[in-house]
Every structure is written in structure tokens, then in C-alpha cells.
Design a protein around this ligand. Structure first.
Ligand SMILES: C[S@@+](CC[C@H](N)C(=O)[O-])C[C@H]1O[C@@H](n2cnc3c(N)ncnc32)[C@H](O)[C@@H]1O
Length: 255
């Protein structure tokens, strides 16, 4: 929600639950039932979703990889967190069509800045017209290419250190642990790094009653187990493992 009027209009429109068509991301949850997740989406998320976010979600759902998009409840949470933090300068690693990026851009003030990194500009170009129409494209500096060299370049300059309020990491899972070392230098003390998919379909701790996951779903299980262990043992951060969507770990830089 951009401002008080938008929020009031959305609240007025949300007097009833909203039934949306099924989206490919609707199974990315660790809640005990799909019905409960649908309840949250239909009661608290979809009715309050800005029209531009809905438009971009609809575009993204038609993409053959639509399931990789960040979920609507998660981006709602990220937008709230950014506002609570008064975030102004952020980074996003893993843009895809720009769904979480648009949520971030809407949450930042008009002079906010987002450094957005992705190896694929084609997918971003699907969302860009919606981002432009929403009037927030001026906040985004999109760079096509792997994130690591950009991070290395940023940390090589003293003036970039400690300047980011928030970083959202939602890209190549095997590099999260390497991104972490660089990002911790770039985020300010008190700033937050959020790592997505840290429960990896629940496979980090399978339970005997779970349906076995196909082998392709297990490809990053060890990676996430190692990341979660490393983050929990890192004295430079305070952390919170959220079970929203596929698991989101918030790390607040302490020093
Ligand atoms: C899960 S998707 C991101 C979803 C996005 N946050 C959203 O809201 O829809 C992961 C993205 O990471 C990108 N990616 C993969 N490897 C990358 C790398 N080394 N550097 C930057 N981006 C990368 C992929 O192209 C893909 O768009």
C-alpha cells in the first residue's frame, strides 16, 4: 500500500474474503493445511494487494516457471518490514519477473533505491511495464549478470560498506553462504538480510509421515541445512527463521 488513502480503499474493499484462481505458488507453505494458507491469502493478502501487484502476479503465474516467484503473503510481509525499518536503500538478488521487487519499490520512499541483480533480463522485462506504470521504476537499478562480481565490486570500495538497509536474497542457493560474507559488509549495523527458501520444501527436516519428495526437489537440501547451521552459529547476526512461504530467514547485523 502506497499511502493512507490506498490502505483505506483496500480495507474497504476487503470486507469480504477474496477468492482468486489457484496460483502456482499456492503450495509454497509449511502451514498444516492448504486450506489454512488459502484462508490467509483470501482473507488478509489478496484483498489488500495493490492492483499493480495483482497485475504482475497474474503475468508471472502464466510464466512456465511461475512457481519460483515469491509468494503474495511473503511479499506483503517484506513490504511491512521495510516500512517498519524505514528502509531507503536495498538490494535484491534474484528478480525473476519483479514481483518481490515491485513490492519493495512500493514500500520504499520516493527517493528510495534498489539495486536489483539477476542473470536474466528477459524475465524482468515482463514485469517492467507494470513497474513503470506503478510509478516506481526510478527507484530500481537493474543489473543483468551474476550477483557475485557485483558484490565483490561493491565491497572493494569503502564508501559502499554499511550503506544498505535491507537485502533480499532469492537466487542461486549454493551461493547464499558466499553472498553472506559480502552482504554483511554492505548492510548497515541494524540492517537486515533476508534469505528465501531456507526450509527447502520442508526437506531440511523430513518427517516420516511426509510424502517422499522427488529427487530433483532435494537438490539443495544439504545446501540449506549447511546454510541454516552457519547462520545460527554466526555471532555477527541476530536471526529469526520464519516458516512463511518456503522459509525466510531474517538476519540482523549486530556489529
Ligand atoms: C526464485 S527466482 C526469484 C523470484 C523473485 N524474487 C520473485 O519475486 O519472483 C530466482 C532468480 O534468481 C536468478 N539467478 C540465478 N542465479 C543467479 C545469480 N548467480 N545471480 C543473480 N541472479 C541469479 C534467476 O535468474 C531467477 O530469476
Amino acid at each position: 500500500m502506497a499511502n493512507k488513502d490506498d490502505a483505506a480503499a483496500a480495507a474497504a474493499a476487503a470486507t469480504e474474503t477474496t477468492r482468486e484462481e489457484e496460483s502456482p505458488t499456492e503450495y509454497k507453505t509449511h502451514l498444516k493445511s492448504h486450506a489454512l494458507f488459502k484462508y490467509i491469502l483470501n482473507t488478509s493478502v489478496y484483498p489488500r494487494e495493490a492492483p499493480c501487484m495483482k497485475e504482475l502476479r497474474r503475468i508471472t503465474e502464466k510464466h512456465p516457471w511461475g512457481v519460483i516467484a515469491t509468494t503474495p503473503d511473503e511479499v506483503q510481509f517484506i513490504g511491512m518490514l521495510l516500512k517498519l525499518m524505514n528502509a531507503k536503500k536495498t538490494m535484491e538478488i534474484g528478480v525473476f519477473t519483479g514481483y518481490s521487487l515491485l513490492a519493495t519499490a512500493l514500500a520504499l520512499p520516493d527517493d528510495g533505491q534498489i539495486l536489483a541483480l539477476d542473470i536474466n533480463r528477459q524475465n524482468y522485462s515482463l514485469g517492467l511495464p507494470v513497474i513503470q506504470k506503478a510509478g516506481v521504476a526510478h527507484k530500481i537499478d537493474f543489473r543483468e549478470g551474476p550477483a557475485m562480481p557485483v558484490l565483490d565490486q561493491l565491497v572493494s570500495k569503502e564508501e559502499n560498506k554499511g550503506t544498505f538497509d535491507f537485502v533480499f536474497v532469492d537466487a542461486d542457493k549454493e551461493n547464499y553462504i558466499h553472498y553472506h560474507e559480502r552482504i554483511l559488509q554492505l548492510v548497515r549495523v541494524g540492517g537486515v538480510v533476508a534469505y528465501d527458501n531456507t526450509l527447502w520444501c520442508g526437506s531440511v527436516a523430513p518427517s516420516p509421515e511426509d510424502e517422499p519428495l522427488p529427487p530433483e526437489a532435494l537438490v539443495y537440501t544439504e545446501t540449506m541445512i549447511n546454510l541454516n547451521r552457519a547462520l545460527a552459529a554466526d555471532p555477527r547476526i541476530e536471526l529469526s527463521q520464519l516458516s512463511i512461504a518456503d522459509g525466510l530467514t531474517l538476519c540482523r547485523r549486530l556489529y
